[in-house]
Design a protein around this ligand. Structure first.
Ligand SMILES: *Cc1c(COP(=O)(O)O)cnc(C)c1O
Length: 360
Protein backbone atom coordinates (compact mmCIF):
# COMPACT_ATOMS: atom_id res chain seq x y z
CA UNK A 1 0.00 0.00 0.00
CA UNK A 2 1.12 3.50 -0.78
CA UNK A 3 1.98 5.33 2.46
CA UNK A 4 0.23 8.53 1.32
CA UNK A 5 -2.49 9.42 -1.16
CA UNK A 6 -0.83 11.59 -3.80
CA UNK A 7 -3.12 13.98 -5.70
CA UNK A 8 -0.21 15.82 -7.36
CA UNK A 9 -0.56 17.02 -10.94
CA UNK A 10 2.71 15.66 -12.25
CA UNK A 11 5.04 13.95 -11.86
CA UNK A 12 2.15 12.08 -10.35
CA UNK A 13 1.22 8.93 -8.55
CA UNK A 14 1.81 5.63 -10.34
CA UNK A 15 -0.18 2.43 -9.80
CA UNK A 16 1.13 0.73 -6.66
CA UNK A 17 1.69 -2.64 -8.45
CA UNK A 18 3.74 -0.85 -11.13
CA UNK A 19 6.06 0.76 -8.59
CA UNK A 20 6.45 -2.58 -6.81
CA UNK A 21 7.15 -4.41 -10.06
CA UNK A 22 9.73 -1.85 -11.19
CA UNK A 23 11.43 -2.06 -7.77
CA UNK A 24 11.49 -5.87 -7.89
CA UNK A 25 12.82 -5.95 -11.46
CA UNK A 26 15.57 -3.47 -10.60
CA UNK A 27 16.71 -5.84 -7.90
CA UNK A 28 16.93 -8.71 -10.39
CA UNK A 29 19.53 -8.89 -13.10
CA UNK A 30 18.80 -10.26 -16.55
CA UNK A 31 20.67 -13.13 -18.17
CA UNK A 32 23.47 -10.73 -19.19
CA UNK A 33 23.86 -9.72 -15.55
CA UNK A 34 22.42 -6.24 -15.93
CA UNK A 35 19.16 -4.59 -14.94
CA UNK A 36 16.82 -2.93 -17.41
CA UNK A 37 18.01 0.48 -16.17
CA UNK A 38 21.54 -0.37 -17.33
CA UNK A 39 20.68 -2.16 -20.57
CA UNK A 40 21.54 -0.86 -24.04
CA UNK A 41 18.59 0.60 -25.90
CA UNK A 42 19.69 -1.53 -28.86
CA UNK A 43 19.88 -4.76 -26.86
CA UNK A 44 17.31 -7.55 -27.01
CA UNK A 45 15.90 -6.90 -23.54
CA UNK A 46 15.11 -3.25 -24.13
CA UNK A 47 13.89 -3.87 -27.69
CA UNK A 48 11.28 -6.25 -26.30
CA UNK A 49 10.25 -3.66 -23.69
CA UNK A 50 9.98 -0.94 -26.33
CA UNK A 51 7.95 -3.06 -28.75
CA UNK A 52 5.56 -4.27 -26.08
CA UNK A 53 4.94 -0.73 -24.83
CA UNK A 54 4.02 0.40 -28.33
CA UNK A 55 1.85 -2.65 -28.97
CA UNK A 56 0.00 -2.17 -25.67
CA UNK A 57 -0.54 1.53 -26.32
CA UNK A 58 -1.88 0.71 -29.80
CA UNK A 59 -4.18 -1.92 -28.34
CA UNK A 60 -5.53 0.32 -25.58
CA UNK A 61 -6.20 3.31 -27.82
CA UNK A 62 -7.01 1.37 -30.98
CA UNK A 63 -4.32 3.31 -32.85
CA UNK A 64 -4.94 2.68 -36.58
CA UNK A 65 -2.25 1.61 -39.07
CA UNK A 66 -2.33 5.15 -40.50
CA UNK A 67 -0.66 6.50 -37.35
CA UNK A 68 2.88 6.14 -36.00
CA UNK A 69 3.65 6.06 -32.28
CA UNK A 70 6.82 7.85 -31.15
CA UNK A 71 8.51 7.89 -27.74
CA UNK A 72 10.38 11.21 -27.55
CA UNK A 73 12.04 13.50 -25.04
CA UNK A 74 11.66 17.17 -24.14
CA UNK A 75 8.17 16.90 -22.64
CA UNK A 76 5.01 18.38 -24.07
CA UNK A 77 6.89 21.67 -24.16
CA UNK A 78 9.20 20.37 -26.89
CA UNK A 79 6.09 19.51 -28.90
CA UNK A 80 4.85 23.10 -28.63
CA UNK A 81 7.71 23.74 -31.09
CA UNK A 82 7.70 20.29 -32.71
CA UNK A 83 4.14 20.67 -34.00
CA UNK A 84 4.63 23.90 -36.00
CA UNK A 85 8.07 22.79 -37.21
CA UNK A 86 6.70 19.50 -38.56
CA UNK A 87 3.30 20.65 -39.81
CA UNK A 88 3.55 24.31 -40.86
CA UNK A 89 5.60 25.17 -43.96
CA UNK A 90 7.73 28.33 -43.72
CA UNK A 91 5.40 31.37 -43.57
CA UNK A 92 2.25 29.30 -42.95
CA UNK A 93 -0.31 29.99 -40.28
CA UNK A 94 -1.90 27.77 -37.65
CA UNK A 95 -5.11 28.02 -35.65
CA UNK A 96 -4.85 27.68 -31.88
CA UNK A 97 -7.66 27.44 -29.36
CA UNK A 98 -6.66 28.75 -25.94
CA UNK A 99 -8.52 27.15 -23.03
CA UNK A 100 -6.07 27.64 -20.20
CA UNK A 101 -2.44 27.94 -19.20
CA UNK A 102 -0.99 25.17 -21.39
CA UNK A 103 -2.72 26.06 -24.63
CA UNK A 104 -1.57 29.67 -24.09
CA UNK A 105 1.98 28.39 -23.72
CA UNK A 106 1.60 26.22 -26.84
CA UNK A 107 0.32 29.17 -28.89
CA UNK A 108 3.15 31.44 -27.68
CA UNK A 109 5.80 28.88 -28.56
CA UNK A 110 4.25 28.09 -31.96
CA UNK A 111 4.30 31.82 -32.74
CA UNK A 112 8.10 31.61 -32.82
CA UNK A 113 7.88 29.24 -35.80
CA UNK A 114 4.73 30.19 -37.71
CA UNK A 115 1.90 32.73 -37.76
CA UNK A 116 -0.46 31.86 -34.96
CA UNK A 117 -4.12 32.74 -35.23
CA UNK A 118 -5.82 32.43 -31.85
CA UNK A 119 -9.21 31.22 -33.07
CA UNK A 120 -10.77 31.37 -29.61
CA UNK A 121 -9.58 32.29 -26.13
CA UNK A 122 -11.26 31.26 -22.89
CA UNK A 123 -9.38 34.01 -21.01
CA UNK A 124 -12.44 36.28 -21.48
CA UNK A 125 -14.43 33.99 -19.20
CA UNK A 126 -11.52 33.54 -16.77
CA UNK A 127 -11.09 30.06 -18.31
CA UNK A 128 -14.43 28.94 -16.90
CA UNK A 129 -15.45 27.59 -20.30
CA UNK A 130 -14.36 27.59 -23.94
CA UNK A 131 -16.10 29.80 -26.51
CA UNK A 132 -18.68 27.97 -28.66
CA UNK A 133 -16.93 26.49 -31.74
CA UNK A 134 -19.49 28.31 -33.93
CA UNK A 135 -17.79 31.58 -32.87
CA UNK A 136 -14.20 30.46 -33.49
CA UNK A 137 -12.38 32.75 -35.92
CA UNK A 138 -10.69 30.16 -38.10
CA UNK A 139 -8.18 31.07 -40.77
CA UNK A 140 -8.88 29.45 -44.13
CA UNK A 141 -5.24 28.55 -44.80
CA UNK A 142 -4.31 27.14 -41.39
CA UNK A 143 -1.82 24.26 -41.47
CA UNK A 144 -3.54 22.71 -38.44
CA UNK A 145 -5.94 23.37 -35.58
CA UNK A 146 -4.33 22.94 -32.15
CA UNK A 147 -6.04 22.66 -28.77
CA UNK A 148 -5.37 21.27 -25.33
CA UNK A 149 -7.76 18.43 -24.51
CA UNK A 150 -7.41 18.99 -20.78
CA UNK A 151 -5.91 22.05 -19.19
CA UNK A 152 -4.17 20.67 -16.14
CA UNK A 153 -4.00 24.03 -14.34
CA UNK A 154 -7.40 25.62 -15.00
CA UNK A 155 -9.19 22.27 -14.95
CA UNK A 156 -10.95 22.77 -18.29
CA UNK A 157 -11.52 19.67 -20.42
CA UNK A 158 -12.95 19.07 -23.88
CA UNK A 159 -15.21 16.07 -23.41
CA UNK A 160 -15.39 15.67 -27.18
CA UNK A 161 -12.69 16.70 -29.63
CA UNK A 162 -13.56 19.74 -31.76
CA UNK A 163 -14.23 19.26 -35.46
CA UNK A 164 -11.26 20.75 -37.30
CA UNK A 165 -13.03 20.93 -40.67
CA UNK A 166 -10.26 20.68 -43.26
CA UNK A 167 -6.85 20.89 -41.54
CA UNK A 168 -5.41 18.22 -39.23
CA UNK A 169 -6.38 18.33 -35.57
CA UNK A 170 -3.52 18.55 -33.05
CA UNK A 171 -4.13 17.78 -29.39
CA UNK A 172 -2.04 18.22 -26.27
CA UNK A 173 -3.35 15.29 -24.22
CA UNK A 174 -0.65 15.33 -21.54
CA UNK A 175 -3.06 15.08 -18.63
CA UNK A 176 -5.94 13.13 -20.17
CA UNK A 177 -4.54 10.52 -22.58
CA UNK A 178 -5.69 7.03 -21.49
CA UNK A 179 -8.35 8.38 -19.11
CA UNK A 180 -11.05 7.08 -21.48
CA UNK A 181 -11.36 5.65 -25.01
CA UNK A 182 -10.35 7.92 -27.88
CA UNK A 183 -11.01 7.98 -31.63
CA UNK A 184 -7.40 8.37 -32.70
CA UNK A 185 -8.27 8.51 -36.40
CA UNK A 186 -9.81 11.97 -35.88
CA UNK A 187 -6.38 13.39 -35.06
CA UNK A 188 -3.33 14.43 -37.05
CA UNK A 189 -1.11 14.63 -33.97
CA UNK A 190 -1.66 13.70 -30.34
CA UNK A 191 1.10 14.32 -27.84
CA UNK A 192 1.42 13.72 -24.12
CA UNK A 193 4.20 14.01 -21.58
CA UNK A 194 4.13 10.76 -19.61
CA UNK A 195 4.39 12.20 -16.13
CA UNK A 196 0.69 12.94 -15.69
CA UNK A 197 -1.33 9.86 -16.61
CA UNK A 198 1.11 7.47 -18.26
CA UNK A 199 4.39 7.01 -16.41
CA UNK A 200 7.38 8.81 -14.93
CA UNK A 201 8.81 12.05 -16.30
CA UNK A 202 11.20 11.83 -19.23
CA UNK A 203 9.25 10.33 -22.09
CA UNK A 204 6.67 11.98 -24.34
CA UNK A 205 4.31 9.99 -26.52
CA UNK A 206 3.54 11.41 -29.96
CA UNK A 207 0.94 9.74 -32.17
CA UNK A 208 1.14 11.16 -35.68
CA UNK A 209 -0.62 10.43 -38.96
CA UNK A 210 1.89 9.15 -41.55
CA UNK A 211 0.64 11.79 -44.03
CA UNK A 212 2.11 14.46 -41.76
CA UNK A 213 5.65 13.08 -41.69
CA UNK A 214 7.81 15.61 -43.52
CA UNK A 215 4.75 17.81 -44.17
CA UNK A 216 6.37 21.21 -43.55
CA UNK A 217 9.43 20.67 -45.72
CA UNK A 218 11.46 22.63 -43.17
CA UNK A 219 14.81 22.01 -41.54
CA UNK A 220 13.92 20.62 -38.13
CA UNK A 221 16.23 19.52 -35.31
CA UNK A 222 16.39 15.76 -35.85
CA UNK A 223 15.19 14.91 -32.35
CA UNK A 224 11.98 16.85 -33.06
CA UNK A 225 11.55 15.56 -36.61
CA UNK A 226 8.62 13.14 -36.63
CA UNK A 227 9.80 11.49 -39.85
CA UNK A 228 13.34 10.95 -38.63
CA UNK A 229 12.05 9.61 -35.33
CA UNK A 230 9.48 7.33 -37.01
CA UNK A 231 12.14 5.99 -39.41
CA UNK A 232 14.46 5.16 -36.51
CA UNK A 233 11.83 3.61 -34.23
CA UNK A 234 12.30 6.57 -31.85
CA UNK A 235 15.96 5.56 -31.53
CA UNK A 236 17.69 8.17 -33.63
CA UNK A 237 19.54 8.86 -30.40
CA UNK A 238 19.41 7.26 -26.95
CA UNK A 239 15.80 7.18 -25.81
CA UNK A 240 14.78 7.61 -22.15
CA UNK A 241 14.88 3.88 -21.55
CA UNK A 242 13.82 3.76 -17.92
CA UNK A 243 10.83 6.09 -18.34
CA UNK A 244 9.80 4.13 -21.46
CA UNK A 245 10.05 0.88 -19.51
CA UNK A 246 7.97 2.09 -16.54
CA UNK A 247 5.38 3.57 -18.93
CA UNK A 248 5.20 0.10 -20.49
CA UNK A 249 4.42 -1.38 -17.07
CA UNK A 250 1.60 1.16 -16.67
CA UNK A 251 0.19 0.24 -20.10
CA UNK A 252 0.20 -3.47 -19.19
CA UNK A 253 -1.47 -2.59 -15.88
CA UNK A 254 -4.20 -0.66 -17.75
CA UNK A 255 -4.90 -3.68 -19.94
CA UNK A 256 -5.01 -5.98 -16.92
CA UNK A 257 -7.43 -3.61 -15.15
CA UNK A 258 -9.90 -3.79 -18.03
CA UNK A 259 -8.70 -1.12 -20.48
CA UNK A 260 -9.99 2.34 -21.22
CA UNK A 261 -13.73 1.63 -20.95
CA UNK A 262 -13.08 0.56 -17.38
CA UNK A 263 -10.88 3.65 -16.78
CA UNK A 264 -13.68 5.83 -18.16
CA UNK A 265 -16.24 4.45 -15.73
CA UNK A 266 -13.85 4.70 -12.77
CA UNK A 267 -12.84 8.23 -13.72
CA UNK A 268 -16.46 9.26 -14.25
CA UNK A 269 -17.33 8.09 -10.72
CA UNK A 270 -14.23 9.69 -9.17
CA UNK A 271 -14.84 13.15 -10.60
CA UNK A 272 -18.55 13.02 -9.72
CA UNK A 273 -17.69 12.26 -6.09
CA UNK A 274 -15.40 15.26 -5.83
CA UNK A 275 -17.46 17.81 -7.79
CA UNK A 276 -20.61 16.78 -5.88
CA UNK A 277 -18.76 17.34 -2.61
CA UNK A 278 -17.52 20.76 -3.78
CA UNK A 279 -20.91 21.86 -5.12
CA UNK A 280 -22.69 20.66 -1.97
CA UNK A 281 -20.45 22.65 0.36
CA UNK A 282 -20.36 26.32 1.28
CA UNK A 283 -16.61 26.31 1.94
CA UNK A 284 -15.31 24.92 -1.38
CA UNK A 285 -15.96 26.10 -4.91
CA UNK A 286 -14.95 25.30 -8.49
CA UNK A 287 -15.79 27.99 -11.03
CA UNK A 288 -15.56 25.96 -14.24
CA UNK A 289 -18.87 25.48 -16.06
CA UNK A 290 -20.05 21.89 -15.55
CA UNK A 291 -19.83 21.03 -19.27
CA UNK A 292 -16.14 21.94 -19.25
CA UNK A 293 -15.05 20.52 -15.91
CA UNK A 294 -11.99 18.32 -16.08
CA UNK A 295 -12.21 14.73 -14.91
CA UNK A 296 -8.49 14.60 -14.27
CA UNK A 297 -7.61 17.87 -12.53
CA UNK A 298 -10.08 19.50 -10.15
CA UNK A 299 -9.01 22.97 -8.97
CA UNK A 300 -10.98 24.34 -6.05
CA UNK A 301 -10.91 27.30 -3.70
CA UNK A 302 -11.74 27.78 -0.06
CA UNK A 303 -14.16 30.63 0.72
CA UNK A 304 -11.59 31.96 3.19
CA UNK A 305 -8.10 31.91 1.64
CA UNK A 306 -6.61 32.27 5.13
CA UNK A 307 -7.60 28.63 5.59
CA UNK A 308 -5.54 27.44 2.58
CA UNK A 309 -2.41 26.71 4.57
CA UNK A 310 -4.42 25.11 7.40
CA UNK A 311 -6.20 22.91 4.87
CA UNK A 312 -2.96 21.76 3.29
CA UNK A 313 -1.27 21.12 6.63
CA UNK A 314 -4.17 19.09 7.98
CA UNK A 315 -4.55 17.21 4.70
CA UNK A 316 -0.89 16.35 4.70
CA UNK A 317 -1.07 15.20 8.33
CA UNK A 318 -3.95 12.93 7.23
CA UNK A 319 -1.76 11.51 4.44
CA UNK A 320 -3.36 13.47 1.58
CA UNK A 321 -0.62 15.22 -0.39
CA UNK A 322 -0.11 17.13 -3.64
CA UNK A 323 -3.21 19.27 -3.16
CA UNK A 324 -1.64 22.69 -3.65
CA UNK A 325 -2.97 24.57 -6.71
CA UNK A 326 -0.51 25.55 -9.44
CA UNK A 327 1.53 28.58 -8.39
CA UNK A 328 -0.04 30.65 -11.19
CA UNK A 329 -3.62 30.24 -9.91
CA UNK A 330 -3.32 29.38 -6.21
CA UNK A 331 -5.99 27.57 -4.21
CA UNK A 332 -6.16 23.77 -4.29
CA UNK A 333 -6.13 21.15 -6.98
CA UNK A 334 -6.78 17.44 -6.79
CA UNK A 335 -5.57 15.38 -9.74
CA UNK A 336 -7.55 12.19 -10.25
CA UNK A 337 -5.42 10.29 -12.76
CA UNK A 338 -5.95 6.59 -13.53
CA UNK A 339 -3.56 5.58 -10.76
CA UNK A 340 -5.64 7.41 -8.11
CA UNK A 341 -8.12 4.85 -6.79
CA UNK A 342 -11.75 5.64 -6.04
CA UNK A 343 -11.08 4.91 -2.36
CA UNK A 344 -8.53 7.75 -2.34
CA UNK A 345 -11.15 10.17 -3.67
CA UNK A 346 -13.60 8.99 -0.98
CA UNK A 347 -10.95 9.61 1.67
CA UNK A 348 -10.34 13.10 0.27
CA UNK A 349 -14.05 13.93 0.20
CA UNK A 350 -14.46 12.72 3.81
CA UNK A 351 -11.48 14.81 4.87
CA UNK A 352 -12.94 17.88 3.13
CA UNK A 353 -16.32 17.49 4.77
CA UNK A 354 -14.73 16.96 8.18
CA UNK A 355 -12.52 20.02 7.64
CA UNK A 356 -15.58 22.08 6.73
CA UNK A 357 -17.38 20.96 9.88
CA UNK A 358 -14.48 22.11 11.97
CA UNK A 359 -13.51 25.31 10.15
CA UNK A 360 -16.43 26.23 7.85
C1 LIG B 1 2.34 19.33 -17.79
C2 LIG B 1 1.78 19.78 -19.07
C3 LIG B 1 2.57 20.34 -20.07
C4 LIG B 1 4.06 20.56 -19.89
O1 LIG B 1 4.70 19.35 -19.87
P1 LIG B 1 6.30 19.25 -19.79
O2 LIG B 1 6.50 17.78 -19.83
O3 LIG B 1 6.72 19.88 -18.50
O4 LIG B 1 6.86 19.93 -20.96
C5 LIG B 1 1.97 20.70 -21.25
N1 LIG B 1 0.67 20.52 -21.46
C6 LIG B 1 -0.14 20.00 -20.52
C7 LIG B 1 -1.59 19.82 -20.80
C8 LIG B 1 0.39 19.60 -19.30
O5 LIG B 1 -0.40 19.06 -18.37
Amino acid sequence: MSPVLNFGAGPATLPVPVVEQAAAELGRRSRDGITIMEASHRGLDFSAVAEKAEADLRLLLGVPETHRVLFLQGGATAQFAGVPLNLAPEGASADHVVSGHWSRRAADEAARFCTVNVAADGAGSGYRSVPDPATWRRSPEAAYLAYCANDTIHGVEFHRPPDPGGPPLVADMSSTLLSRPLEVDRFGVIYAGAQKNLGPAGVTVVIVHTELLGRSGRAIPSVLDYRAMADSGSMLNTPPTFAWYVSGLVLAWLIAEGGLEEMESRNRRKQALLYDAIDGSSLYSNAVEPAWRSWMNVPFRLADPDLDAVFRDEASAAGLVGLEGHRSVGGMRASLYNAVPETAVRTLVEFMSDFERRHG
